[in-house]
Design a protein around this ligand. Sequence first.
Ligand SMILES: [Zn+2]
Length: 214
Amino acid sequence: MKKYLLLALAACACPRPLAAEAPARPETCTYEVYNWNIYKKRGVNRKLIRHPYAELKAGEKDPATGCTVCLEDQKLLKVGSLEPFKACSKIADKLQAVLEKLLKEGEPVLEVTAYRPGKTRDPLDPEGNRTGFSNHAYGAAVDINRSRNGLYDGCQKPGPACRLIQGGAWEPGRVGTLTKDSKITREMRAAGFKWGGEIEGDQKDFMHFSLSGY
Ligand SMILES: [Zn+2]
């Protein structure tokens, strides 16, 4: 079918027949960056970055998703009565559809955030500033119900040894708390997002979803 469509387009004399399908690349890339400081436990060095989109640096684009740190590549999502939030336009439609479905089915999606263009990942510089972009910086990761699904450290497996470092306490059984079997987690997984509660290693990020899980 596709082959015939291409042939038909090739035969057509109309100018640039595929132009309508290829989204225009933005002219500029704008974002407000910061470094997460591990001693101050807050964002520091906030500054506005703006440069031609053609001059994107390697770290400013996520090779896995094609999402970038640029505000120009984010879409504002308005879902039900949730506070509007920005996410990478490449995952936005998929995300909108799954959240709308969950809300329609009465699932307790209470808070959602995605895009935060900060450097919150290692490597660390000598002042304790993180210098790497996380998946949130590209708008490619989503946090759901942060106040009931914290980020824990020292947590190979969920249990008493786990130490809450961000967000609210994770108490399975509470409305809005996510587990691997809750409907929100299952629907997000079906849409291609991995859950941060199942990532390997010391940290469990129960609010977090992304294509890689990190
Ligand atoms: Zn997250």
